[in-house]
Design a protein around this ligand. Structure first.
Ligand SMILES: [Zn+2]
Ligand SMILES: [Zn+2]
Length: 249
């Protein structure tokens, strides 16, 4: 599968990065993980096709992960094709009516059979016979009654990928899915914790390849070298993603 890190910044855009969105292409299908602004524009810039987009999985409802959703949905609705359908997984039940109202307020062709809004729950949430996706709660955002932030585990073509979403500052919620079972790639956020703090957990995790995204300001530009050095003792390759980078897994 081909993974394109369309946007790789954290809660702010920076001089060289936009908010987070990552595209997975498997055969003739594609899937988007997070849709921070300007996800649809970055799809176009990377010459990616909206018709093949089967699902969008949001990790949590912070603005930097969802602000590109209206534009993405507009792109999906604007040139409808028979049979084209995209599931959009939000992480709180209250988010669907809010997005529904915002799409209507923008006078889009909404509601539409082409896009369905869903709510992520812990466990298996998606299977289209090409890709399966399971959700594991994180502690990045908290609600007293139910989880509202998630990591995702993607399985396709015999590969297993863990996408952490945003984590907590003590790294205690680094997904069990990346600690208990080997993964071909772990796409991990790199903003909310000190990398030195994460080292012991990362060291003992059976990861084959670590791809860092959601990159914090200190690790931009010349800081990239410093982050690479901090993590240089890990027993697997570590890559720092930039907007538009591609990773074949
Ligand atoms: Zn974030
Ligand atoms: Zn967040």
């Amino acid at each position: 599968m081909l993974i394109t890190t369309l946007g790789t910044s954290h809660g702010n855009h920076t001089y060289c990065r936009f908010h987070s969105s990552t595209l997975f292409e498997i055969g003739d299908r594609s899937y988007l993980l997070d849709a921070g602004d300007p996800a649809s524009a970055l799809m176009i810039r990377a010459r990616k096709d909206f018709d093949s987009l089967k699902a969008i999985f949001i990790t949590h409802m912070h603005e930097d992960h969802v602000s590109g959703l209206p534009g993405m949905i507009k792109a999906l609705l604007k040139y409808p094709k028979d049979g084209k359908h995209t599931d959009v997984f939000l992480t709180e039940a209250s988010a669907a009516p809010a997005l529904d109202a915002w799409l209507k307020a923008q006078h889009l062709a909404w509601p539409s059979d082409a896009v369905t809004l869903q709510t992520t729950r812990p466990g298996d949430i998606f299977d289209d016979a090409v890709l399966t996706v399971a959700a594991e709660p994180t502690q990045h955002m908290k609600h007293p009654d139910f989880p509202i932030s998630f990591a995702y585990v993607l399985k396709a073509e015999g590969k297993r990928i863990v996408y952490t979403g945003d984590l907590s500052g003590d790294f205690s919620d680094f997904p069990r899915a990346a600690q208990d079972e080997p993964c071909d790639a772990c796409i991990c956020e790199a903003t909310h914790y000190e990398p030195e703090l994460a080292l012991p957990t990362l060291m003992q995790s059976p990861i084959r390849r670590l791809i860092l995204t959601h990159i914090h300001d200190p690790w931009h530009g010349e800081g990239e070298q410093e982050l690479t050095e901090i993590l240089s003792g890990l027993p697997y390759p570590v890559e720092i993603a930039h907007d538009g980078d591609e990773f074949e897994v």
